[in-house]
Design a protein around this ligand. Structure first.
Ligand code: GCU
Length: 610
């Protein structure tokens, strides 16, 4: 029998609220590394629960908190009671990290794993307390001291819950239910070409703030005016109206503003910064000083725009010498990457190849990846996993996609190196899909008018040997960005020699994927698939074809490193890895890597004086 309040909502035809205690997260707190608090990373207890026995009763009805695993009962405290779970004696998992590569039994596991950690806390009357997750894949329900406090859906964006009134003096029990089952109505949906790494895949921390704090801010060059820094500040708390100073000492800026009754204030200030660029990734110390809180960040300033078929960074034409990257750690287990050290290895490989750009595919990567790329002088294409055949007509699916887009932009909007927000990858044409993506694109431009918006589209053959992109989506995005696999999925390498391209839209052309596979160290004829020689030949011919492509302004070959995918099952060749990496999962540079390195050095010289 449903609780009365749920029946009332049903009668009113209103959308059913989430199950009590599973409310949505609080608005995202940005720049958490600069906040007070402490990490909860480390060894957590875990319970693998494929039937969600800790959440549903035998009639598949949600259990009360007391009867669920959120209660974190201790059998050894009272053995007269019947419990059939015990975190204290169950196995452990490291947080952060996917569960698939921590335990052989969890390699293919798709379902629920419960995590539990205990932490001591001392509440302070002048502080608010939040629980912050860098990300968890895919659906997360959080419980504190025996009670559910919230639910989040989406595997690659941060979320936080306020626990000021729930965290206890002394020991606290934090229980988190993570379910990585793929869903037809999910984002991504059932089918994707990457491993469905589940779990608390990024750091978990306690964030402490003043009673009224600076929750969010935006500080970038004003669109279309490279002599003005513009932005806004958003406070959170009861003392909403405050004097705030935005300080950039090296530019002798101390701009005073006053937040309104909503805690919001915008500003503009004349400035002549040294612009951020891959060659000079200049960052400035920015301090936002309110009466009750101060936040410090390192922010770069640059302009990004298109003009005809050119991409202009700081008013100068650039070629995006890129590579696509999955967020998967190099070497070791090849599990989900989560640390700055792992990120810097991947980004260092991109720099070694001669890149000034990375496509962080196919979902928002961890924040350290974006910040490290900014310091290393790598432009970023950042995207949400609206990938392949999404449920375009499902409003909940759209709300999920829009929430992921909103959270991606919220987290990284102050990163100068992020120049492109991408809303889709290889999505099938259709009216519902176009409307779905049109709304996402509008949302992206509303949240952040300063950056380009793209999507990875697909090619169309006008006639044999003449290819283009025919997609209504091309009218809505700033780049003609698309994936093409001539010579791999479309013919063999020699086909590149006899293919030409034409585009009827005056926008920069950006190849968001191309390439083919090889096993590092496997050698043979240039016509033999999966040899390094085939891949090298394909890349040489692809480069020659790309050099004939009108309006080409950037490429991100697929992909930097071999990565795990359940779709790549050929024993002895793939062994669950997509082998299109220019570098193997263990760091071996394939011959094709050097084809790209040579081409990028040529391009770097060609563009350095433009
Ligand atoms: C597609 C897709 C990638 C995939 C790649 C491949 O273009 O966007 O996610 O891994 O092709 O088939 O290797």
């Amino acid at each position: 029998m449903k609780p009365l309040y749920l029946l009332m909502f049903a009668a009113l035809g209103a959308a059913m609220p989430a199950v009590a205690g599973e409310e949505a997260p609080a608005p995202q707190i940005v720049n958490v590394d600069d906040r007070e608090g402490f990490s909860l990373d480390g060894v957590w207890r875990s319970i693998v629960d494929p039937y969600e026995n800790g959440y549903y009763d035998y009639r598949r009805k949600p259990l009360s908190d007391k009867a669920s695993y959120f209660a974190d009962e201790d059998f050894d405290k009272d053995r007269t009671k019947l419990f059939e779970y015990n975190f204290n004696t169950d196995r452990t998992l490291l947080v952060p990290g996917d569960w698939n590569t921590q335990r052989p039994q969890l390699y293919y596991y798709e379902g629920t794993v419960w995590y539990r950690t205990l932490f001591n806390y001392r509440p302070r009357p002048d502080r608010r307390t939040f629980l912050y997750f860098g990300a968890a894949n895919y659906e997360t329900i959080v419980g504190l001291n025996g009670h559910k406090i919230g639910r989040h859906v989406g595997g690659y964006t941060p979320f936080n819950f306020e626990i000021t009134d729930r965290v206890a003096e002394g020991e606290n029990s934090l229980v988190v239910k993570v379910d990585n089952k793929r869903r037809a109505d999910g984002v991504p949906t059932l089918n994707s070409d990457w491993w469905n790494y589940g779990g608390l895949t990024r750091s978990v921390r306690i964030v402490e703030t003043p009673l009224t704090f600076i929750r969010d801010y935006f500080v970038q060059l004003k669109k279309g005016d490279n002599r003005t820094i513009a932005g806004w500040v958003q406070l959170d708390g009861e003392q909403a109206e405050q004097e705030v100073v935005v300080e950039i000492p090296e530019l002798k800026i101390a701009r005073r503003i006053r937040t309104d009754a909503r805690g919001y204030a915008s500003f503009e200030v004349k400035a002549s910064p040294t612009y951020w660029s891959p060659e000079n990734p200049r960052l400035y110390d920015v301090r936002i000083v309110a009466e009750t809180d101060t936040v410090h960040d390192r922010i770069g300033f640059r302009t990004i725009e298109t003009r005809g078929t050119k991409i202009l960074l700081n008013g100068r034409e650039i070629f995006c010498r890129g590579v696509a990257i999955h967020e998967e750690m190099p070497y070791a287990t090849s599990g989900r990457a989560f640390s700055e050290e792992q990120d810097r290895i991947l980004l260092g490989w991109a720099k070694e190849m001669g890149c000034n750009f990375v496509r962080l595919a196919h979902y928002p990567h961890n924040e350290a990846m974006v910040r490290a790329a900014e310091e290393m002088g790598l432009l970023v294409w950042s995207e949400i996993p609206v990938y392949w055949t999404i449920q375009w007509e499902n409003p909940e699916t759209y709300a999920n996609a829009e929430a992921q887009l909103t959270d991606m932009i919220a987290r990284d909007k102050n990163r100068a190196n992020v120049v492109i927000w991408s809303v889709a990858n290889e999505t099938p044409h259709g009216e519902a899909r176009l409307e779905f993506l049109r709304k996402l694109i509008t949302r992206a431009r509303t949240l952040d008018p300063t950056r380009l918006v793209s999507a990875a589209m697909e090619k169309t053959a006008l006639e044999p040997g003449l290819l283009t992109v025919k997609d209504d989506l091309a009218d809505l995005v700033d780049l003609i960005s698309f994936n093409q696999y001539v010579g791999w999925y479309d013919g063999t390498s020699e086909k590149c020699d006899r293919v030409n391209w034409t585009f009827d839209i005056e926008k920069p052309v950006f190849i968001s994927e191309f390439g083919g596979g090889a096993v590092y160290g496997r050698h043979g004829a240039r016509t033999e698939r999966f040899t390094e020689e085939y891949m090298e030949d394909l890349y040489e011919r692809s480069v020659a074809m790309l050099e004939r492509m009108p309006g080409l302004a950037g490429v991100t070959p697929w992909v930097l490193k071999d990565f795990r995918s359940p779709r790549r099952q050929m024993v002895g060749i793939q062994d669950d890895f997509n082998r299109k990496g220019l570098i193997s999962d263990q760091g071996g540079r394939k011959k094709a890597f050097f084809v790209m390195q040579r081409w990028y050095e040529k391009l770097r010289k060609e563009y350095e004086n433009r």
